[in-house]
Design a protein around this ligand. Structure first.
Ligand SMILES: Cc1cc2nc3c(=O)[nH]c(=O)nc-3n(C[C@H](O)[C@H](O)[C@H](O)COP(=O)(O)OP(=O)(O)OC[C@H]3O[C@@H](n4cnc5c(N)ncnc54)[C@H](O)[C@@H]3O)c2cc1C
Ligand code: SF4
Length: 569
């Protein structure tokens, strides 16, 4: 271990040190500071506040690249998130025979600055899927155990949607949803004809004001950050109120290296690199909460080696890094002649879909377990930016020059509909991360090496998505842009990690020989160490993970508060 200087001026340990400021870290900081704890937060990136820094209302033509992507902003120059698939000086490796992509944010608020904000509760079956179909493992908690915290985040953070009484897509505390756009009515019509359930979407965008926050004005630019605080991002909604208590010390550009241990075998704090000076530093704390994102928290634990934990902290089971999974995904899109020569009108709405299709079928009649949901996109949405329409050559006239080209752009703009499938993966023992024995990052910290394998469960599910989406677009009178992918093309399944819903690696469970954390997200091996990101997930239904990361992080923070009050921590 390098020579480490303590953080200047720290005379007593903080009550809690949180690593990471995204969904999980922000939520834990909010709940713990409200409950009176003195918290220090280490964040590897710099400060960014949507209320100060967002380019919400900038037209794309103001960008030198017309909104095109850069290395640090792969989703477009005005996108809110600094990060990407390829961070300079911070590599990861992929084992031979595997493909995996790891998207990382490096900024205050992490990926919550530009996430899609599709905010779906897991259902009762998602927590007990092994009981239902015999695959994978059950969570040690049930839907009822976490439901009160889903209710709390619905009310505090804000979400729109509709109560539908669907068993595995639980109702919530919803604000009214926006009306469907023109293309979404077409999607709904095709779904109704094919008996596919299509309901208002559920997004953490407020359609009614909340204290200190305006309601959405439908500019459609959620991914750039919302200066009106009408959507959820961790800095403005969680970290700002945590800081207002006077109990949060925020250390940005602080890259955590490892959790340190005291002679009693308990976590004593976190060592980190101060990126501004390159110096190694240390903060002392009575409790440590890792929330650096699922795989990064696993990496910190694996790098926290000591004579007591030679395989990494909290890893006596050998389970740290194991059973990581992602959402399955594939897309079909097409040109819809009925939407040609669109009458120009304001169709923007929120920065995402106004309707979606939750899983609607019975697996007993299918050749794959569990399910997927459908996220539609398309129509006429805002100013065209770099790469809009995906290339005119895909449309019937095939491109051209001069006046004819301009007319074609006007004719076809807004006449595209796409359907994204987002499905459940069964975690397997061939999908995991470990420390690469040969590579370190720019700070000298060993990096992760990923192993990945989809199974026929996922391939069959994605084949079903492709067939269903093609049938729906055909029912809309559409011309599909691509051919049906074959088995050799893996039916068009996305690469592991590329849906950016990676979870697991620090999973919870009742059996300490098969899991890292207990049902309160506390390490079996170390009673003052917690994880509050997607790492504790045992599995994931088709639902996007972040609403559950938030609910679980708040639940974990409340447990820490209880334990502190009882003098047990
Ligand atoms: C384009 C996009 C769209 C998405 N859409 C959706 C969606 O619609 N619905 C949904 O549910 N989810 C969505 N997600 C996923 C969602 O963003 C994540 O699930 C969520 O942000 C995870 O929260 P987290 O706290 O675990 O990690 P993050 O939000 O990634 O935050 C982790 C933080 O930890 C910091 N950090 C990392 N390592 C260290 C270290 N060593 N030391 C100090 N700090 C560190 C990072 O800088 C970062 O700020 C999307 C993601 C992307 C990229
Ligand atoms: S669409 Fe609404 S929530 Fe999204 S950035 Fe615009 S005003 Fe904010």
């Amino acid at each position: 271990m390098p020579q480490i200087a303590p953080r200047a001026g720290q005379s007593t340990p903080y009550d809690v040190c949180i690593v990471g400021s995204g969904a999980g870290g922000g939520m834990a900081a909010y709940a713990l500071t409200q409950a009176g704890a003195r918290v220090v937060m280490l964040e590897a990136g710099g400060e960014w506040w949507a209320t100060r820094d967002a380019k919400m209302l900038y037209p794309d033509w103001l960008s030198p690249r017309r909104g095109g992507s850069t290395r640090i902003r792969p989703f477009g120059e005005f996108d809110a998130c600094d990060g990407g698939w390829d961070l300079e000086g911070e590599p990861y490796t992929v084992a031979s025979g595997s493909t995996f992509r790891w998207w990382r944010a490096r900024m205050l608020g992490g990926r919550t600055n530009h996430w899609g904000r599709y905010s779906l509760r897991f259902g009762p079956d998602d927590f007990k899927s092994r009981t239902k179909d015999g695959l994978g493992d059950d969570w040690p908690i049930s839907y009822d155990d976490i439901a009160p915290w889903y209710d709390k985040i619905d009310s505090f953070i804000g979400i729109f949607g509709s109560n539908e009484g669907l068993r595995d897509h639980p109702d919530g505390v919803f604000m009214p949803p926006p009306k469907p756009r023109c293309f979404e009515l077409l999607v709904k019509k095709a779904c109704d004809a094919q008996h596919v359930l299509c309901i208002p979407s559920r997004m953490s965008v407020i359609t009614r004001p909340l204290p200190g926050r305006m309601q959405c004005h439908y500019c459609g630019h959620c991914n750039r950050g919302c200066t009106a605080k009408a959507n959820f991002s961790s800095p403005d909604i969680l970290i700002a109120p945590a800081r207002a208590t006077g109990r949060l010390t925020l250390l940005t550009n602080a890259m955590a290296r490892e959790v340190t241990l005291g002679p009693d075998g308990l976590a004593s704090g976190v060592s980190y690199i101060d990126k501004a000076t390159g110096q190694d530093r240390h903060v002392r704390a009575r409790i440590v909460v890792l929330a650096a994102s699922a795989c990064e928290s696993a990496r910190i634990l694996l790098n926290s080696k000591s004579s007591r934990f030679p395989q990494g902290l909290a890893n006596s089971s050998g389970m740290v890094g194991k059973y990581i999974s992602d959402t399955t995904g594939t897309t079909v899109s097409g040109y819809i002649p009925a939407m040609e020569n669109h009458v120009p009108h304001d169709e923007q709405g929120v920065g995402g879909m106004h309707v979606y299709m939750p899983w609607w079928l019975d697996n007993a009649k299918l050749d794959f377990p569990r399910g997927y949901h459908i996220e539609p996109w398309g129509g006429l949405r805002g100013n065209p930016g770099a790469g809009f329409m995906g290339g005119i050559h895909r449309y019937p006239s095939g491109g051209g020059y001069g006046q004819k080209l301009k007319e074609d752009y006007r004719r076809y703009y807004g006449a595209t509909i796409g359907l994204d499938g987002r499905g459940s993966m069964i975690p397997n023992d061939k999908s995991y991360c470990e420390l690469d024995p040969n590579q370190v990052d720019r700070y000298g910290i060993p990096v992760l090496r990923f192993h990945w394998q989809w199974s026929d469960y996922e391939y069959n599910q994605v084949k079903h998505m492709q067939e269903t989406f093609r049938s729906l677009i055909t029912a809309m009178g559409g011309q599909i842009f691509s051919n049906m992918p074959t088995r050799e093309q893996n039916y068009g399944i996305s690469q592991g990690g590329s849906i950016i819903h990676e979870i697991g690696g620090v999973r919870m469970g009742d059996d300490a020989s098969k899991s890292v954390l207990d049902s309160n997200c506390r390490a079996h091996d170390c009673r003052n160490l917690f994880v509050a990101d997607g790492g504790p997930f045992v599995s994931k239904g088709d639902k996007n993970p972040t609403w559950t990361i938030l609910a679980l992080a708040w639940r974990t923070a409340d447990y820490i508060t209880e334990q502190r009050k009882a003098g047990a921590l």
